[in-house]
Write a protein that binds this ligand. Structure first.
Ligand code: PLP
Length: 438
């Protein structure tokens, strides 16, 4: 599809009751101002007709989970086949969103619990999620933060952002800050410039990342001015969120090349969604189009347990089947990591098909993507070096000023030579309580 196709021109003139120039169509503020929020407007603009009972059910859905679609994203829907359209399914409400399952949770990732100050989720040792926007240009029906969609408060004030910045400033272990939301690119260039400048002034912040769906749902937000501003704050990485190859249009490609040309490494996080992309061929087409546009597939997420997403969930086996169809079959850098974001806040857990078939003390039996079973002979002599984490006296040459982590945590700690921990035991087991009582 070209930039400003005939279908888009027709859509734009239905919105404005007159023809509009391509420059206006590509004006992101025009797109935001004209975001479609009513079912009736979607019907009119797509030229489709829903029956009264369905509209009634949709109204109820919207009371809990509102609707918003940019004209651009709406224009990608094929109105002749709209029910099965991957863009329609991601953007248009479904009464099944109101079905609540036993396993559903409002905050499955416990982001609100792992929050030391409002706006920050500090879960991993060295990096934080910083929510700098509560708004989006398009409301994804599969949003994991659905509980917050359409909340009244919009963009956090400077004072609110300051408290997040203060936390980061006072917490030297943080070397990576992930700006998220909402969509951080809903902020004006100036406001975002201020936040990035403040973050850059903190010595221990090595990397800044920004997660945005703008290249997918509103690619015109990626203006030359925006890119020139972002470029000042390197090293800056951007992760975006394409779920289907159909979303990689001429407009999206233009946005991606502006960002890549500015030296911003691009990644993509997809969510596995039933009825949208739960198919090895669709995902393969997607990752191929992404790498052709200099975007590295980063994560493929198993759909979270947030309320209202049950109809989007696939079995984990579907994700494994997709990974099986990618690993070995295509370029290594086109293969994302398939993850489940652990309910309760355990973070992302990677899942892959099994390639390790068996092992003895000197041989490993492996299988490849074709089903070939092969062996790897282990070295006859390997002198294990005792590691006391004292790198200064080690023959392996790590410059100490390159080290920023000191203690081993988690499973790494169990593997370590110099730590005597032999098991990780959950607190509050009955067995441990009995010990305490004794
Ligand atoms: C996903 C996530 C991160 C970043 O994880 P990476 O694996 O480094 O991309 C950081 N904090 C939270 C809370 C997250 O959910």
């Amino acid at each position: 599809m070209s930039i400003y196709s005939t279908a888009q021109q027709q859509l734009a003139s239905r919105i404005e009751n007159q023809t509009i120039a391509v420059s206006q169509w590509k004006n992101w503020r025009w797109q935001l101002k004209n975001a479609i929020t009513r079912v009736g407007a979607v019907e009119d603009l797509l030229g489709i007709q829903l029956d009264a009972a369905e509209k009634q059910a949709l109204q109820q859905t919207l009371q809990k989970f509102p609707l918003s679609i940019t004209p651009y994203y709406l224009s990608l829907i094929d109105h002749k086949e709209f029910r099965n359209d991957p863009v329609f399914r991601q953007a248009f409400p479904d009464p099944r969103e109101l079905e609540i399952n036993d396993c559903d949770m409002t905050d499955p990732l416990a982001e609100d619990q792992d929050s030391p100050v409002s706006g920050i989720t500090h879960r991993y040792p060295d990096r934080v999620l910083f929510h700098i926007s509560n708004i989006c240009s398009m409301y994804c029906r599969h949003c994991t933060r659905k509980r917050k969609v359409g909340d009244k408060d919009t963009i956090p004030s400077r004072q609110q952002i300051q408290s997040g910045l203060d936390y980061i400033r006072q917490t030297p272990v943080i070397r990576d800050v992930l700006l998220s939301g909402g969509d951080p690119l809903m902020l004006s260039d100036d406001y975002l410039d201020w936040i990035l400048t403040e973050l850059r002034r903190i010595d221990h912040v090595q990397v800044i990342r920004l997660g945005t769906r703008m290249p997918v749902v509103l690619p015109y937000r990626i203006t030359d001015d925006l890119v020139a501003m972002l470029k000042k704050h390197h090293p800056l990485w951007i992760n975006t969120h394409f779920n289907h190859p159909r979303e990689i249009t001429a407009s999206a490609r233009e946005a991606l090349s502006k960002l890549a040309d500015a030296g911003i490494p691009l990644g993509n996080q997809s969510v596995l969604l039933a009825g949208v992309n739960d198919c090895p061929r669709i995902i393969k087409a997607l990752v191929h189009k992404l790498v052709a546009n200099r975007v590295r597939p980063y994560y493929l997420y198993q759909c979270d347990l947030s309320e209202g997403l049950a109809h989007f969930r696939t079995p984990v086996g579907k994700g494994i089947e997709i990974m099986e169809s990618l690993i070995g079959h295509t370029s290594g850098f086109a293969v994302p990591t398939y993850v489940i974001d652990a309910p309760g806040g355990g973070g992302k857990i990677p899942l892959t098909p099994n390639y390790l078939v068996s092992l003895s003390t000197n041989k490993v039996v492996l299988r490849n993507y074709e089903g070939v079973i092969t062996t790897y002979r282990e070295p006859d002599h390997y002198e294990a070096k005792f590691c006391d984490r004292n790198c200064a006296t080690c023959e392996l040459q790590l410059q100490l000023d390159d080290v920023d982590e000191t203690v081993a945590t988690g499973i790494e700690r169990l593997l370590s030579d110099c730590d005597r921990t032999i098991s990780l035991t959950p607190a509050n087991t009955q067995r441990m309580e009995r010990r305490d009582d004794a």
